[in-house]
Design a protein around this ligand. Structure first.
Ligand code: MTE
Length: 325
């Protein structure tokens, strides 16, 4: 379906990166990584990949691209990198979509991740040491924001289950709470005291260890950029995008969860489960359709964002609760 008038988030269809073209760019990046194309080609690589941002400065750049896992397909054209890296929600850097420049202030090294709470032994680990221990792969996932726009992204990272296994939670752990960095000097949005910083999200242990729950460290065959949640971000594609917390510094295993960021901001509008459900409207807008970022397409939203065959089993006991909440 095409919208009658083009609004700012609707970009021309010509802007979409078809998967085949993306693949040939990947091959080019591999050739560059393998040294068969001169390293001096880096700026060329950035421009070919459609990004104005230089991910090569990231010390983990040599790890990418990682092996593609064909089990997870986007079902639509991959969204052009320039849209994914310039149209963002990252309230730490402003409550609008144009935060990509401001987010470059985020200092992604040193970056320490804490695993604590109901675990055998709390751990603090630097992101580069963590990356060495985790099985990196690439997956193409759909992403559906609660604001009714969507995108398809080739993320790199590792299954969250690998992190949970590494943390060794005790049997009493029922939830994993995740927390974003807190640094108002770097992230001016965190000076807006009416928001309950730091950004916090949570999953049940079943959700966190589900095969689809993915911790993102890269995108488009390179380290993930600050605006998309570097150096470590969640992707839970069957849930609204706000569950996919960015720039994580802590995973705490708990028996009772506390409220998440958006639940505190507006409990009437944003719930804990936040499973994509086209039949449950947001109090201020419908959820039956979504605008596909980088195109002028409007498509029907699917239950669990089209991942029902993977995740519906997780929610069979919850039929009394609206999945949206
Ligand atoms: N994580 C943090 N720390 N802060 C945020 O504002 N926004 C969420 C999610 N994770 C957000 C966050 C929302 S609403 C969405 S839709 C996605 O990040 C957007 O991810 P993207 O900018 O990579 O598209």
């Amino acid at each position: 379906m095409t919208s009658p008038t083009r609004r700012d988030w609707e970009l021309p269809a010509s802007a979409v990166t078809p998967e085949a073209l993306f693949r040939s760019r990947r091959q080019l990046m591999r050739d560059i990584a393998a040294g068969s194309i001169l390293a001096a080609a880096s700026p060329l690589m950035a421009s070919l990949a459609g990004s104005a941002f230089a991910a090569e400065a990231d010390p983990s750049a040599h790890l990418y691209p990682v092996e593609h896992n064909p089990r997870y397909v986007g079902g639509r054209a991959i969204t052009g990198e320039k849209f994914v890296t310039t149209y963002n929600n990252f309230y730490e850097f402003g409550s609008h979509k144009k935060i990509s420049e401001a987010a470059q202030a985020l200092k992604i090294r040193p970056w320490t991740v804490v695993l604590d709470g109901l675990v055998e032994k709390p751990v603090e680990i630097g992101i580069d040491d963590l990356l060495k221990k985790m099985p990196l792969e690439e997956r193409i996932y759909r992403h559906r924001c609660v604001e009714a726009w969507s995108m398809v992204v080739p993320w790199s990272g590792f299954p969250m289950k690998a992190l949970v296994d590494f943390a060794k939670p005790r049997a009493e752990a029922k939830y994993v709470m995740m927390e974003t960095f807190l640094d108002p000097k770097t992230a001016p949005g965190q000076k807006q005291h009416w928001y309950p910083w730091p950004y916090v999200e949570a999953l049940t242990m079943q959700e966190a260890t589900h095969e689809l729950a993915f911790l993102v460290t890269g995108a488009y065959g390179k380290p993930v950029l600050p605006q998309n949640g570097a150096p470590l971000r969640l992707a839970v594609p069957w849930k609204y995008g706000f569950k996919s917390i960015k720039s994580i510094v802590r995973f705490s295993f708990v028996s009772e969860r506390s409220e998440t960021f958006w639940e505190k901001v507006s409990p009437r509008e944003y719930g804990f489960w936040a499973n994509v459900n086209p039949e449950v409207p947001h109090p201020r807008w419908a959820q039956s359709q979504e605008r596909v970022l980088g195109t002028s397409d409007i498509v029907r939203t699917q239950l669990y964002n089209g991942y029902a065959e993977f995740v519906a089993d997780l929610y069979t006991g919850l039929s009394g609760e609206p999945l949206y909440m």
